[in-house]
Design a binder for this molecule. Structure first.
Ligand code: F6P
Length: 594
């Protein structure tokens, strides 16, 4: 890196921490100075930017403003929560540990509870962990944004899962400290302290928790957090909320938010299991060491920068040509593929077919609460072979995701089948240093193979590290590919779906930022684009946000249309024609700005 680029990146690494930097926004919604021009970057520069953003997760506390992942207070709280889990593990009668969240936060709740229930099963213990995801299991594989706004639904789903339980440790995950669904669940916990101990995981300081009124409720997310802060003093509630820096694509909490959630909760639950089953007490040093092992995972993953860039380039080309990217995975890496693919729809306005994931063993292997989710959600490798493979050609990317512990002969069989249709076949394989897995034949079939060799971790489980590494890699790949496709403007997702109140507010803010027009005018333009009218009726202006976001479910290009109207003063129909002529949103916006 040139000296000037290095100096500049060093200052921009910390720029977001300044009180003057986008002061009205919580950290989780700020734009990251490191990625300001990600939309013009090459594949390899995109990967470097994402690496720098991810590294912010582990930066040390640099002032009083923000707690960080490795801050003393955070580590101390992790210890306390681990000890709570340990107590339950030692006497699990009538008890439950529930992890809950919306979107990616709920998907990670699923991934983590599945892993730790499996660990219990291996010890012949019964399951103790349950997950809740807003919108039910369909939300594991698709975007169900509206239930995120429903605190009552959150409460009901928690009550249902906990029926008959006398002791529940509830872990609510909301990266932005913002989801009403989770606020409702925490409120329920606060109302019934005899049963529930609430834990909140998120990545903003308490004063940045969302404070908008929630329709039909007397509480806001912030007021719930404030009550939890009070209870935290007597160790009856716990807040785990380090800042990890703004996301590479503003507000895209699936990235660092998701990774940090996985790290924190795995650290807590692993420590609890070690304490309960191998007599290894929960210690400050142990927790810190485990966190450092995850930091190392970032280094090991991004040491493969060149390979990741090549993958990103290939995936970007496919998407630019209107073709597809398919992840074929084994074990929990496949689950991460399913998760990453499902997130492309709401994050980038992608088509269901653009990026898809498939898992060996289908729903049996996924082992979700509701089992098979019907013909709209086909996820098995057999489904891939029947429904997708026949239409593939060299323009489509297929990525195999596996580890040395998976059935390598099955991986090879799949590779052979895929090669009949496309040579654009790639692989990511995790293995322990020195392992000599017999997968040379797979390598020969692939146009690129990323073999990641892992030293035994100083702490924690290798599979957890492989999972995080895969998550980082897939997030880079899908984000980078959509950046190359022109979906991002500066570091903002332009074509954001306006399907819940958080996204509605984000869209209005984005319009303000890019058009320079006042908030009221931007909201009007947004509503015109949602309802597809040039004049707003009283019916529209008197409706609430729920009605607006409900209507927006069936609309595309809402924000780009509103922006073109704001910038040019044209009608909606003219804006639509403009966007049809210039489907790359970034270029359409630039043309208007020019
Ligand atoms: O509403 C969509 C979304 O932003 C998802 O992308 C995200 O995973 C989910 O909300 C949950 O956000 P949070 O964890 O901040 O509650």
């Amino acid at each position: 890196m040139a000296q000037s680029e290095w100096t500049c990146s060093l200052s921009s690494v910390h720029e977001w921490e300044s009180p003057d930097y986008e002061p009205s926004l919580p950290v989780s919604e700020k734009s990251n100075p490191l990625t300001r021009d990600i939309d013009r970057a090459s594949a390899s520069r995109i990967v470097r930017m994402l690496q720098a953003c991810d590294a912010q997760m582990f930066q040390e506390e640099s002032g009083a403003t923000y707690q960080r992942l490795l801050s003393e207070q955070v580590v101390a709280t992790l210890m306390e929560v681990a000890q709570k889990v340990e107590i339950i593990l030692k006497d699990p009668r009538d008890s439950l540990v529930v992890l809950s969240g919306c979107g990616t936060s709920g998907r990670l709740a699923f991934l983590i509870t599945s892993a730790f229930n499996r660990a219990l099963q291996e010890l012949s213990q019964r399951s103790l962990y349950s997950y809740i995801i807003a919108g039910g299991d369909r939300a594991l594989l698709s975007s169900q944004e509206a239930p995120e706004d429903d605190p009552k639904l959150g409460m009901l789903s928690l009550k249902k899962v906990c029926e008959g339980k006398k002791r529940v440790l509830f872990i609510g995950i909301s990266c932005g400290l913002s989801a009403p669904f989770v606020a409702g669940q925490l409120e329920l916990c606060l109302q019934h302290p005899e049963v529930y101990t609430p834990v909140l995981v998120g990545f903003n300081p308490p004063h940045q928790a969302r404070n908008e009124p929630i329709p039909g409720c007397t509480f806001t997310f912030r007021s719930v957090v404030q009550r939890m802060q009070e209870l935290a003093k007597s160790h009856k509630a716990f807040l785990i909320n380090p800042a990890v820096g703004p996301e590479a694509v503003s507000g895209s909490s699936r990235m660092k938010g998701g990774s940090a959630t996985k790290i924190l909760l795995e650290v807590v639950l692993s420590a609890a299991h070690a304490a309960a089953f191998t007599n290894t007490p929960v210690t400050y040093k142990g927790i810190l060491q485990h966190m450092r092992a995850y930091e190392k995972t970032l280094d090991i993953t991004y040491a493969q920068k060149e390979g990741i860039s090549a993958l990103l380039e290939a995936a970007g080309q496919s998407l630019q040509r209107g073709r597809r990217v398919c992840y074929l995975g084994w074990g929990s890496l496949a689950t991460l593929g399913l998760i990453d693919a499902s997130e492309c729809i709401p994050t980038f306005g992608a088509d269901y077919e653009d990026v898809r994931g498939f898992i060996s063993g289908g729903y049996r292997a996924l082992n979700n609460n509701e089992g098979p989710l019907g013909p709209d959600f086909c996820i098995a490798h057999e489904d891939f072979l029947h429904l997708v493979l026949p239409s593939l050609d060299d323009r489509d990317v297929v990525l195999l995701l596996y580890t040395q512990s998976d059935d390598v002969s099955d991986v090879e069989k799949m590779a052979l089948r895929v090669r009949e249709k496309t040579s654009n076949l790639h692989a990511v394989c995790h293995r322990v240093e020195g392992d000599t897995a017999a997968d040379d034949d797979i390598n020969k079939l692939c146009s690129s193979s990323l073999k990641i060799n892992w030293p035994p971790p100083a702490s924690g489980s290798l599979l957890h590290m492989w999972e995080l590494s895969t998550k980082l890699l897939l997030n880079s790949l899908s984000t980078g590919a959509h950046v190359l496709k022109g979906k991002i403007y500066q570091n903002h997702m332009m074509d954001v779906q306006v399907t819940n109140s958080k996204l509605y507010c984000r869209a209005t803010r984005l319009l303000q930022k890019l058009s320079g027009c006042p908030e009221i005018q931007c909201e009007e333009a947004l509503l015109k684009a949602v309802y597809r009218v040039d004049e707003l009726t009283v019916d529209i202006t008197s409706s609430d946000i729920i009605t607006h976001t409900h209507t927006a479910r069936n609309r595309t290009k809402v924000v780009p249309l509103a922006l073109v109207c704001l910038l040019t003063g044209c009608s909606l129909m003219e804006a639509e024609t403009h966007l049809q002529q210039q489907p790359i949103v970034r270029e359409a916006v630039e043309a208007c700005l020019a």
